[in-house]
Design a protein around this ligand. Structure first.
Ligand code: AMP
Ligand code: MG
Length: 305
């Protein structure tokens, strides 16, 4: 059981989600630029996929009832993928390829490995089940079905699905604007020499990576000195520029931990300390109506929380 002054993780998550910033602005992007974005509208299937019955294999399309023992069947047509076939002449077979449309009149496809080609036609060397090796029209997507719901994040498979429905431009929510503030007098940017007592700022990059991966836009990224006034000024400025402010460090109980104090003095603090380890001293509140998530400074805690 959680200690009385620690908020259980589930309750903390519920609270954070209830206070989460909501993006309402919609923009349209090219499908090629949609990775990681969030769909702003439902997508319904405009036409059946596949658009017609087609062959699942390279082989021969025929009518099962035309098979009579080991009598060869003449081949009357050749149907490459991408061509609309003529109806199949009764008593004959059509050479067909994977993805080629099934001609009217054919009800089965025999894969070429099961066929012997003779001078007078093909010999089928296997049992044939009516309908075999045919992909049915609409079996992947049926016209009118909901393909992707509003709010879905676009991953590579959604990009492919949208393309398969002929979508070239996509309405997506604007990216959530996030400010990253790293607190700590000891922090130095990578690339600069380290002085005594200093460490490199790694949290900034962990957070940048996590936020970018989540589809957010990092609009402000600053390192904050451990001073109450500087913390207040920067938090207020960040809250104006962003939909969400994330800080690291400065939320413990030391006298140089100003983030939580500024939230209490100049905004609001609605959560402090979650029942998890690492990552206990998480603070959450708001400044000027913008939610502020105060993460602990320890890099492991940042990644976890
Ligand atoms: P704090 O919560 O500010 O007391 O920080 C806890 C620990 O995390 C201290 O050892 C800090 O030096 C370290 N720390 C704080 N911020 C960062 C940062 N941005 N990158 C790497 N380590 C940090
Ligand atoms: Mg600190």
């Amino acid at each position: 059981m959680a200690k009385p002054n620690l908020t259980p993780l589930e309750d903390a998550l519920d609270h954070l989600l209830s206070e989460a910033p909501v993006v309402a602005q919609i923009e349209t992007v090219a499908l090629a630029d949609s990775l990681g974005r969030v769909l702003a509208e439902n997508h319904y299937v405009p036409a059946d996929v596949p658009p017609a019955d087609n062959s699942a294999v390279d082989g021969y399309a025929l009518r099962k009832q035309d098979l009579h023992g080991d009598r060869p069947i003449p081949v009357s047509a050749r149907i490459p993928a991408g061509e609309a076939p003529k109806p199949l002449e009764p008593g004959t077979a059509a050479r067909i390829f994977t993805g080629s449309e099934i001609p009217e009149g054919a009800d089965s496809v025999v894969m070429q490995e099961r066929i012997e080609v003779t001078e007078s036609g093909i010999l089928v060397q296997a049992e044939v089940d009516e309908g075999q090796n045919i992909r049915r029209r609409g079996q992947d997507l049926t016209r009118g079905d909901l393909a992707l719901a509003k709010g879905t994040q676009v991953r590579p498979n959604e990009m492919g699905l949208l393309a398969s429905m002929g979508v070239a431009r996509v309405a997506v929510l604007a990216r959530l604007k996030v400010a990253i503030l790293s607190t700590g007098d000891e922090l130095v940017d990578p690339g600069l020499p380290l002085g005594p007592g200093q460490i490199y700022n790694s949290n900034r990059f962990t957070l940048m990576g996590l936020l970018t991966e989540a589809g957010c836009e990092v609009v402000l990224c600053e390192t904050l000195r451990d001073k109450r006034e500087a913390t207040r000024e920067t938090l207020q400025r960040a809250a104006e520029a962003a939909d969400l402010v994330i800080t690291s460090g400065g939320v413990s109980v030391g006298e140089e931990d100003h983030v939580r104090a500024v939230l209490e003095e100049s905004g609001s603090l609605s959560l402090w300390k979650m029942a998890i380890k690492p990552g206990k001293p998480v603070a959450f509140g708001a400044i000027g109506g913008t939610p502020v998530l105060g993460l602990p400074g320890n890099p492991g805690s940042v990644l976890v929380t």
